[in-house]
Design a protein around this ligand. Structure first.
Ligand code: TYM
Length: 326
């Protein structure tokens, strides 16, 4: 069975972009593939974090992922820092990627521009991400559109390592969904919806109550004419609503556009679809929150399964690169 791997950072509340761009695909793949999913807490440390908040966010994210539909019986779900192979392989990856390649990463330029303290880890972030993926002999990586460059650099690193040291890693492909790969901010449809605090009215959190969701979607920026058309350039706000509705109902946003004549109807249906999607997730999450010990137990189990696979790959990579065995 083909192996699928993906990761998500525990940095603030899960939002609709994460859900529609990536997690819906994670859930789908766990049934048909050998799926491994990771909460990347080490990646979260690349920007300053409050320790207590990070710990809380990490556990809550695990509960949310289970609530969204990941079943630890059907997939391996674990926390990155529980499997030390990730940081160990990351060093070999850092020594395989070039400074120039890291310097061209748009995510680094973006984040370093917005933060006062720029850590070395923020710069070498893609090497750790490559380690995450390559440790599991991954064939497919389900992600949103913003991760394209990270998967591309992972492929380059794997190919370079294989050329230098012989066949060691599987070279992975990304899987990007047809609708929902790029959910934009509701107030600024020219930038992606993100966990950042900059735009609380433009981001929909997965745990938000229905009235807040309705308010945000109804106030979403559209434009001054009234034609419903799927056109990212001329009509970014309307297209974003069509993408959300399309991804939430598994419908093609292009064909959805033909069924609407007014923005109001499109907004009403989007509100309804998003609330219907989120309600059962919220309910399951609140149930899981009552028993954090059970989630911890599942994560421990996930980490030991993940280590079984990743320790073999790490040993192969160390051997091939010429490190003396202890
Ligand atoms: P992160 O935590 O920012 O996002 C998790 C997933 O959500 C997707 N996503 C979106 N999709 C559509 N529209 C949006 N507005 C939107 N915002 C986020 C992301 O594409 C991602 O799939 N670097 C990664 C974490 C990572 C990883 C990995 C991913 C670390 N190691 C290995 C895959 C494989 C990140 O920061 O994702």
């Amino acid at each position: 069975m083909a192996r699928v791997f993906s990761g998500i950072q525990p940095s603030g509340e899960l939002h609709l972009g994460n859900l529609l761009g990536a997690l819906v695909n994670w859930v789908k793949h766990q049934e048909s593939h050998d799926a491994v999913y990771c909460i990347v807490d080490l990646h979260a440390l690349t920007l300053p974090k409050d320790p207590e908040e990070l710990r809380k966010n990490t556990l809550e994210l695990a509960q949310l992922l289970i609530a969204v539909g990941l079943d630890p019986q059907d997939c391996i779900l674990f926390i990155q820092s529980h499997v030390p192979e990730h940081s160990q392989l990351a060093w070999l990856m850092e020594c395989t990627v070039s400074f120039g390649e890291l310097n061209r990463m748009t995510a680094f330029k973006d984040k370093s521009g917005r933060n006062e303290f720029i850590s070395g880890g923020l710069f070498t972030y893609p090497a750790l991400q490559a380690a995450d993926i390559l440790l599991y002999d991954t064939d497919l990586v389900p992600v949103g559109d913003d991760q394209r460059q990270h998967i591309e650099i992972t492929r380059d690193i794997a190919e370079r390592f294989n050329t230098r040291f012989g066949d060691t890693f599987v070279v992975p492909e990304h899987v990007i969904p047809p609708a929902g790969a790029r959910i934009m901010d509701l107030q600024h449809p020219d930038r992606k919806m993100s966990k950042s605090e900059l735009s609380p009215t433009g981001t929909i959190g997965v745990l938000e109550p229905p009235d807040a969701i309705a308010r945000k979607i109804k106030r979403a920026v559209t434009d001054s004419d009234s034609e419903v058309r799927f056109d990212h350039v001329e009509k970014p706000g309307v297209s974003n609503l069509l993408s959300i509705l399309g991804a939430a109902t598994s419908t093609d946003p292009l064909s959805l556009a033909d069924s609407y004549e007014r923005y109001g109807d499109l907004k009403n249906d989007t509100v309804e679809a998003v609330i219907q999607l989120l309600e059962p997730i919220q309910q399951r999450f609140f149930e899981l929150q009552a028993d954090p010990g059970e989630t911890q137990r599942l994560l421990q189990l996930g980490a030991s399964k993940a280590q079984e696979i990743s320790s073999r790959t790490l040993a192969r990579a160390k051997e091939n690169s010429g490190l003396l065995q202890p």
